[in-house]
Design a protein around this ligand. Structure first.
Ligand SMILES: *Cc1c(COP(=O)(O)O)cnc(C)c1O
Length: 457
């Protein structure tokens, strides 16, 4: 999604060179027709920019149906899907348990704007199984959750500045649509028109995995930083897996300076394990945000913290935050059904093992052929990187030129029935619905696509 901000205006529709060994392009007649129509209704024909296929070949596929690990587009093409609606669908598409619960709850109405028992039920599932939150607040999106967490941190500390990392995406609220300027520690520069410069100046941006930059920032802005926000595992601009020691350092420097540490776990929450990246690292963030998986495919976000910190949220405290559809019963039902499945013993072990086997097979092949290609992987998240680096831990380590190779790969994969998010900066997700048979099929297609990419280097 970050990448979309930078690259969405590049544009290369209709530009489809043929590579030796390529399969013929799938039919996109109906999708193309729908896209033409959509362009008359929506800017760029979409309701979220990365969907517009600006960084890959061709026009966007309009999806008609999903079931398990498969999606079908408007032209009837079938794909094994690794986008998973950008993360929420850890059980795959349209899982029976979630569908049934949602359908049952819907019989009683869609929204009341008054408390329901379902909110308690979902909250209890989370709080009982997650030591990082004592109290929570539901929102309707990840963006809202993070925006509110930032307000809470500012209200709690009576400080204004926040620190974020280059290469992390935290939704599209003003304070967070900010990128690094030049220099190690910088005031942010807005990464979108319409964000006031004065807002961006409250956001400090530093590179990931750089202790010196953090130390310098805390020196330069002593007693001014309300919170440091980091993605549990940065997964919106490549997969930038941080070392445990760095996370520990980050936690300590926040503590030493009276700043809160916010783990934005909108992707990693309930993905790396029920307790997300905080559980994975054994970290103790002060505030956590969740979304995506939490809503089982419906719009839900949340933020949570200790009872003491959450006591600052209105109506208990002075930090205002609200929502007409917050805690919506239908969305709560989806969350309850999905999270209940995740809590089954062995769920994550099985999923993560399956994902590891899948990516290991791909990596072994690429390594054997000396391809400049790495699959980075944590839990059931993976990222295809055209690089020979063993680690990529900050945004600057990604070579933008390598995205040309992803473009070729993306097209070859679509033509072989594999759907990846339409950008080389985006990660892929393995779901519980991906059977070993489908993963094996997908792997074979990926190996073929790699051969084509590298024959054309
Ligand atoms: C997706 C995402 C968000 C934004 O969530 P939306 O539901 O799209 O508003 C925020 N933070 C992270 C880490 C995300 O991956």
């Amino acid at each position: 999604m970050l990448e979309s901000l930078k690259k969405m205006f590049a544009g290369n529709e209709g530009d489809l060179p043929v590579n030796p060994g390529s399969k013929p392009d799938i039919s996109r007649e109906k999708s193309a027709e729908l896209y033409e129509k959509a362009k008359t209704y929506f800017p760029g024909g979409v309701n979220s920019p990365v969907r517009a296929f600006k960084s890959v070949y061709g026009t966007p596929l309009f999806i008609q149906k999903g079931d398990g690990c498969f999606v079908w587009d408007a032209d009837g093409n079938q794909f094994i899907d690794f986008c998973g609606s950008w993360g929420p669908l850890i059980l795959g598409h349209n899982p029976q348990k979630v569908r049934e619960k949602v359908t049952e709850v819907m019989q009683n109405g869609m929204s009341f704007g008054a408390p329901t028992a379902l909110e308690n039920e979902l909250a209890e599932l989370i709080i009982k199984n997650n030591k990082h939150v004592e109290k929570i607040r539901f929102t309707s999106s990840g963006t809202e959750a993070v925006m509110s967490a930032i307000r809470l941190a500012r209200g709690y500390t009576s400080r204004d500045k926040i620190l974020k990392f280059e290469g992390c995406y935290h939704g599209h609220s003003d304070s967070l649509l900010v990128k690094a300027g030049s220099g190690l520690v910088t005031f942010g520069e807005t990464s979108s028109l319409g964000v006031p410069k004065s807002f961006a100046e409250e956001t400090i941006v530093v590179p990931l995995n750089d202790r010196e930059a953090l130390t310098q920032a805390f020196g330069q802005f002593k007693d001014q930083i309300a919170a440091v926000i980091i993605e549990g595992v940065p997964a919106n601009n490549g997969l930038l897996i941080q070392d445990a020691e760095y996370i520990e350092f980050l936690q300590q420097i926040c503590k030493d300076n009276g700043s809160l540490l916010i783990f934005d776990e909108v992707i990693t929450g309930f993905r790396l394990g029920f307790e997300g990246a905080a559980g994975h690292y054994g970290a103790k963030p002060d505030i956590v945000t969740y979304g995506k998986i939490l809503g089982g495919g419906l719009p839900v976000g949340m933020y949570g913290a200790s009872a003491e910190i959450m006591g600052h949220i209105s109506p208990d405290g002075g930090v205002y935050q609200a929502g007409t559809l917050s805690g919506n019963p239908v969305a709560m039902a989806a969350g309850i059904a999905q999270l209940t499945e995740l809590l089954r013993s062995g769920f994550y072990k099985e999923l993560n093992n399956k994902a590891a086997e899948f990516v290991d097979g791909i990596q072994r092949f690429a390594t054997a052929r000396n391809y400049k290609f790495k699959v980075f992987n944590i839990g059931s998240i993976f990222w295809f990187a055209f690089t020979d680096r063993d680690k990529i831990q900050c945004a600057d380590d990604i070579d933008p030129a390598s995205m040309e190779k992803f473009k070729v790969m993306h097209r070859e994969l679509l033509n072989r029935g594999i759907y990846l998010g339409p950008s080389g900066y985006e990660v892929g997700f393995v779901s519980a619905a991906h059977s070993k048979i489908e993963l094996e099929k997908a792997k074979r297609a990926i190996l073929e696509a790699l051969d084509i990419v590298f024959r054309n280097k």
